[in-house]
Design a protein. Structure first.
Length: 401
């Protein structure tokens, strides 16, 4: 389902093949509202149904599921009905609170009932892709407030990203980076830092051992009264499995897709976000950290607000861009030459790309050094970010010549 429109059916066949086929009524619409650009035929309309996949879901659906530790926690939480490593089981369990407007519901009650008795108690069902321990949560509006986990068919309007022992100050780091992005005019969701004590009833599988604040970000794929707004990330746009999010495409592919499917303004906004990532030492902007959002009738994608931006350089000093930018990843390789090559590969005008880079470094240098949110970032982390911004400013500045 895409909101209330039945789009198609996933069938598990003997031998554990998963086949997805579009509904005839949805085919008749030519594929509106859009589920994914990857399902669009070159000449418009819908492509043929994807080939059945052995022991995995088609890439679009595989990309809706959590990864790594978060996935393990979710599998444990649903161990009565979900076998480890089984995408189909997990998608069924999490189908009511997926990213975007996709819902996965049982068709005609033909599900195998292997859920144990504890399944009668409602369980957490959100699925946010990504690896950091995070929960989709609800803010209680009653007195006392508090943050709780949506259970059963409820859904959360916020994402809570919990601190990690491996990366000290990660919530504060992201909080400051989001504030910076907003300060330089980017589209950023509302967010705040909250105490772990504000959360109630978090199941033990999702507890993290590290102390520190939690970053709470408003979900842009949920509207008033929990209305679902569809989004898809660029792994989905390109039909790439989540395991290939660091290699499935290059940045010029994303820029070219935005230029064609959205607008040249969106492609240049993407360039600004890339320049920001290079400048702040953010080496994690892989294919799942960029999304399209379908706000109105569902056939008109826009670049979604910025999310998951933090400086990785304090934790991984020799870090580089997550994807290749005209054949290079190391931050220090990103001089004017690279951006020109990138512009050509993306079929964007060189001058517009270069001036977007220059404009971004000027704005960052105007705002970063006196940004109030710097105060929450641990000193050691901040020092490393600052040092990186100082090194990168002249390198990216070559775009001004
Ligand atoms: N504000 C938001 N509104 C709606 N969806 C969001 C928002 N922020 C993140 N998401 C979705 O949730 C997913 C996970 O969030 P995020 O990327 O912040 O977490 P992560 O675990 O740090 O990811 P990664 O695996 O890249 O480290 C994103 O890929 C995106 O689909
Ligand atoms: Mg992410």
């Amino acid at each position: 389902m895409l909101n209330d429109v039945k789009v198609g059916t996933i069938v598990r066949t003997p031998g554990d093949f998963n086949a997805f086929s579009f509904e005839d009524s949805y085919r008749a619409t030519g594929g509106v509202p859009v589920v994914s650009l990857s399902f669009r035929a070159v000449g418009g309309g819908l492509r043929k149904d994807p080939k059945p996949v052995a022991r995995a879901l088609p890439a679009f659906f595989a990309n809706l599921l959590p990864e790594d530790k978060l996935r393990e926690a979710m599998e444990k939480h649903h161990s009565g009905s979900v076998r480890a490593g089984n995408d189909f089981d997990l998608l069924v369990a999490l189908g009511s609170d997926l990213p975007g407007a996709v819902r996965v519901v049982p068709s005609g009650g033909t599900f195998a009932q292997h859920e144990d008795i504890s399944a009668l108690k409602p369980k957490a069902r959100f699925s946010l892709a990504g690896v950091q321990m995070k929960l989709s949560v609800m803010k209680n509006s009653g007195k006392g407030g508090g943050l709780t986990l949506p259970l059963g068919d409820e859904q959360g309007s916020y994402i809570a990203k919990f601190p990690s022992t491996a990366f000290p100050g990660v919530a504060e780091n992201e909080y400051a980076n989001l504030a910076l992005a907003e300060a330089i005019g980017m589209d950023v969701p509302e967010r705040e830092l909250v105490e772990q004590s504000e959360f109630e009833g978090i199941p033990k599988e999702f507890e993290t051992l590290s102390d520190g604040k939690v970053l709470l970000v408003e979900r842009f794929d949920r509207g008033e009264n929990g209305r679902r707004i569809h989004i898809e990330d660029f792994a989905q746009v390109f039909g790439v499995y989540p395991s290939r999010k660091y290699e499935g495409a290059a940045y010029h592919d994303v820029a070219a897709a935005l230029n064609v499917a959205v607008s040249s303004a969106a492609a240049l906004e993407f360039v600004r976000r890339l320049a920001l990532a290079a400048l702040t030492g953010n080496g994690d902007m892989h294919l799942k950290n960029w999304s399209l959002i379908y706000r109105e009738a569902g056939d008109n994608p826009q670049l979604a607000p910025i999310y998951d931006v933090l400086s990785t350089i304090p934790y991984i000093p020799a870090d580089a861009m997550a994807l290749s930018l005209a054949g290079e990843r190391p931050f220090k390789a990103l001089n004017a030459q690279r951006w020109k090559a990138f512009a050509n590969r993306a079929r964007l005008p060189e001058a517009a790309v270069l001036s977007s880079v220059v404009d971004t470094i000027e704005r960052v240098n105007d705002r970063w050094w006196s940004l109030p949110e710097r105060e929450v970032v641990p000193a050691k982390v901040l020092e490393r970010i600052d040092a990186h911004v100082r090194v990168m400013t002249p390198i990216l500045g070559t775009c001004a010549n």
